[in-house]
Structure formats: C-alpha cells, structure tokens
Design a protein around this ligand. Structure first.
Ligand code: BTN
Length: 318
C-alpha cells in the first residue's frame, strides 16, 4: 500500500516536537485555518495533540493508550508495547527465533516499515491496531494457513457483536461494505511434520485515516464505530474469542469453523480471479473445505485453491 502523508503522519513522525501550522499547511496543501480544523477533529477523536495555531502543534500520543496488563488474558502471556517499530511482525519473528513463548504479543502504535502479504508495504499510522503474536501450534505446517482463517473469523465475530457487518475475504482480509478494513499475515518456521513457530500479524484500521490510492478500497472502523470503542476493547475481545478458538483448532483443525466462515464469506457466489501455477484463472467462489481451501467452480469443474491472492472480478460487486 502506498504511503499518503496526512496530518497524523506529519505530526507523529516527530513526537514532542513543535511543528508550525505554516509547515503543516504547506506540506498538506491547506490553509492554516484548515489545519487548525483538522487538529480539532483529531482531538475530538481522542488523539492527544498539544499547542495552538500560532505556536505550532506537537504530537503527544495516539487516540487511546493500550494497557498491557489488560491484554494479558487467554493465551496471551507476555505483552510488549512500542510507540513505534519498523514492523511488529519482524520484532515477533526475532523473538520467536530466540525462544519467545507462545502467546508473546507485540503491539506498536505505528509501524515505519509495516509489511503486507506478497511483499506489499502496509501503511500503519497511529490510531490503528498493528500487532503480531508468537504461536507454537502443535500441528503440521500444512495446517497453519487455516490458522489465519480462524483469526480472521474471530475478528469478524468481534466486529459483528458491535454492529459492524464485517465479511471475510479469503484468505486474509476483513471487508466491510465493499472496503478492506483489516489484513492478516502468518509466517512460520517448520520441519515436515512440526511447526517451530508461527507468527500471526494483524493490521486493523481503527481511528487512523485509511490508506488512499492503494490496490483495493480501504476503510477504517471509525466510520461504523465513531470513537465509541477503544483499541484496548477491540483487541481484548479478539484475544478472548481467539484463545478459545485456538484451543479448538489445535484439537480438531479447521473443520469446526467451516460453516461460520462460509456464513461470513465476502467472496462466496461471486466471480473471482485466482492464481494457478501457470498464471491466473477465473471462476465462481464457493465455500471453504475442511482444511480451509477455497473452492472455485470453473467450466472444467471445481478447483480447491490453497494459496495466493483471490480477487473479485468486479470490485464494486456487492
Ligand atoms: C495484508 O493484508 O496484506 C496483511 C497485512 C498485515 C499487516 C500487519 S500490521 C501488524 C503486522 N506487522 C507487519 O509488518 N505486518 C502485519
């Protein structure tokens, strides 16, 4: 995703420094009065910004502080919070390699080099939820891709319980009303029959400006939730849900989640393009199978897609 600077980016790059209204106005192509208005709006969303238009503004903090003690719940036993990291995913992987236990949670208020799938950059300004968790599932490597489906499903349920009509776009996205609000990523180290570690990374647009000019339309949860729900509440409720589902997945695999996943599928019944070993092909998406592969109906029969990107043929088909 391409970085588009906004007021939050400009201020939070230099936390504590006084940035003049004129400098911000020039960088954003706005008048100073318009900058002042935007600062007022950010403050009303809970962002902590000191200063006034004559003196300049300085960044104090993201919209809501996370409390590590409150996030130590379910299977999460060690919580590391950072104001900024290049990538929580890289931090978690480094820790996993040096023996960090399952349930090590790394969260950053912003990432300077966030990564998405397929090597794409992931824009991660303050206000969003950017985290990675070290996992050591007692399963073979072939079962790990389904873990991301379970994690995404629990996000869909957590949002649904707050009235947000979240849908699952196989394999790793959460969409609401035709726009992407979250992406998930897993990386692992394994032998043929044993996983040493898997790191699950989640990026959720919450109170941040959703990235513009990216490959798919994006949105942030504030559009549906306003500032009623904090990142702490969202993440805690996901940890509770996912901890229970993770236990179930370790015992019984993906099969018990299949129906719930299909019920919330964004792709099911729609025309899609998927990757093949030799290029791309098109078909109509069906449900997921007992190991989490997406079935696609094609003129030559049903195909089980195990990996790769699947995109809607018509982005605006709802
Ligand atoms: C995607 O949709 O492509 C997956 C995006 C995953 C982004 C998250 S944000 C937290 C973690 N750290 C990263 O660098 N990436 C993941």
């Amino acid at each position: 995703m391409t970085a588009v600077p906004d007021l939050i980016d400009l201020l939070s790059r230099r936390p504590g420094a006084l940035v003049s209204g004129t400098e911000l106005a020039n960088a954003l192509g706005l008048t100073r009065a318009a900058v002042h208005k935007r600062v007022a709006k950010l403050r009303s969303q809970g962002f902590r910004i000191d200063g006034a238009s004559r003196r300049g503004y300085s960044w104090v903090g993201a919209a809501d502080r996370l409390d590590p003690a409150g996030l130590r719940r379910g299977f999460v036993r060690d919580v590391r919070l950072f104001d900024a990291l290049p990538s929580t995913q890289d931090e978690a992987k480094t820790r996993a390699l040096s023996g960090a236990p399952e349930g090590t949670l790394i969260v950053a208020d912003r990432q300077t080099a966030g990564r998405g799938r397929l090597g794409k950059p992931w824009v991660s300004p303050p206000g969003g939820l950017w985290y990675s968790i070290v996992m050591r599932p007692p399963v073979g490597p072939a079962a790990v891709p389904a873990l991301i489906l379970v994690a995404a499903l629990e996000w869909a349920r957590a949002l649904e319980s707050r009235g947000v009509p979240a849908r699952l776009k196989w394999p790793n996205d959460l969409w609401v009303d035709g726009r992407k609000v979250a992406g998930l990523l897993t990386e692992m180290s394994a032998e043929m029959d044993r996983v040493h570690w898997a790191v699950l990374g989640v990026g959720l647009n919450v109170a941040n400006e959703p990235p513009a000019g990216v490959d798919v339309p994006a949105a942030a949860l504030k559009e549906w939730l306003g500032n009623r729900v904090t990142r702490q509440e969202l993440l805690s409720s996901w940890i509770d849900r996912f901890s229970a589902s993770y236990r179930r997945y370790c015992a019984a695999g993906f099969a018990p989640f299949r129906r719930a996943y299909d019920e919330r599928s964004w792709l099911r019944g729609r025309a899609v393009r998927y990757q093949t070993p030799t290029g791309t092909a098109t078909g109509r998406a069906g449900g997921v199978d007992a190991v989490g592969r997406l079935s696609v109906e094609t003129p030559r029969g049903s195909v089980a897609v195990a990996a790769g990107d699947v995109s809607l043929l018509r982005l605006n088909s709802r």
